[in-house]
Design a protein around this ligand. Sequence first.
Ligand code: ARG
Length: 473
Amino acid sequence: MNDTNTKPDVLWAGRLEKKPQAEAFEFQASLRIDKRMAAEDITGSRAHAAMLGRQGIIPEETARLLDTELAHIAREIEDGSLQIDEGAEDIHSFVESVLTARLGNEGRTIHAGRSRNDQTAVDFRLYCKKAVLRIDAELGRVLNALLDAAETHAESIMPGYTHLQRAQPVTLGFHLCAWACALTRDKSRFADALRRLDESPLGAGALAGSTLNIDRPQTAKALGFARPTLNAMDSVAARDFAIELAASCAIAQSNLSRFCEDIVLWASEEFKFIDLAEEWSTGSSIMPQKKNPDFAELIRGKAGRTVGNLVTLLSMVKGLPYAYNKDLQEDKEALFDSFDTLETCLRMFAGMIASARFNTGRMRAACGGGFLEATDCAEYLVTKGLPFRKAHELSAVIVRDCIAKGLPGIASMGLKTLKTYSPLIGDDIIEKLSPESCVSSRSSFGGTAPAEVRRQIAALQTAAAASLAIMRS
Ligand code: ARG
């Protein structure tokens, strides 16, 4: 074998005489992905070194040296004065190799009582905790943008749709609150996942713990985890925390995709409900008239990759024997991509919404002509004592007759004719059938009446302000 083509400087060089060829080495290496966790790897190592010193597993003096050098390395990586060696196997080997190159034998003491299996798990969890805080903050910003617009438009009337057919009048503020409700649940889904992943696997070793007198509660506390994981084997094998986060990302991104689909529809010439800001639209290279909602389309499109990442992770763990297997190395690329996608999309969505203008005139006009007041007519008859099924039938007959006569709405039939359908129909029916009345009388809990929408906005504002960062400090 051609030695110049191989990688002799790996952590496991002692066991195997022959090393993989460069391409094969590259295939199994993970540095390209896990170099993102350099800061977390060093944080974990510092906590571990301090614990080794305090427990008398290495001399206190060595622990201090390791800590100082690790702090240097972290700073140098951050300011760019230390380049991460792209040829290293993973971030753990890289940091240890720099430590050893600088401190010699003292650097070689760091790996006592741990393995890369628990090391990668602790780095990953530390990274996830930070990512969740960032996503939580972005979700909060999107919620604020939506709720600002909802407040402005608590009384702006528009058609509400089922089956993408005009159904009943609602307000734009109400529609935006519906989106905000979904995002509030996304926020709580991340918070919930965070509570479960908040355990330190450090010190689990390869899979069974350590013969050395390590103190896992101590490192867990130093790293800001709620507690150490209970079982060493579970610590290195479990990736359900990553799956939960990937699921939370996929659900949040799917929610965004639905909001974006509404926006794409609303931005069309057919609806014209929304004017996206020019800086949040794109043009066409051939059709001079075009102003396309590309940002909304792309956010919608990117939901697919987050679903894909979730499936990647689920398939990765399915049927995997306990405990650690190299398959698990595939975890980070998928979840990092979901984090990146969701974070960016949330930022784009907030910018797009905050700068959009709603065409309230078009929205109000779209409530006319489609008999959106038919349910109100039926409910009017219910208040006069007619059983709902009969009221529904009678309203349907009235609507059919209006259509046959080419009338645009029930009220345009005129009070006199309307009264011929039932003695229960009184003078007060006409005022009940305007879109304004349809909206304001839907004041049941959660309904679209402006006063009710304002109550919803206030509740959602409280949820939006409940930042995880504040909760955790
Ligand atoms: N790069 C590995 C991962 O991300 C680190 C753990 C490697 N452990 C091992 N025994 N090869 O999963």
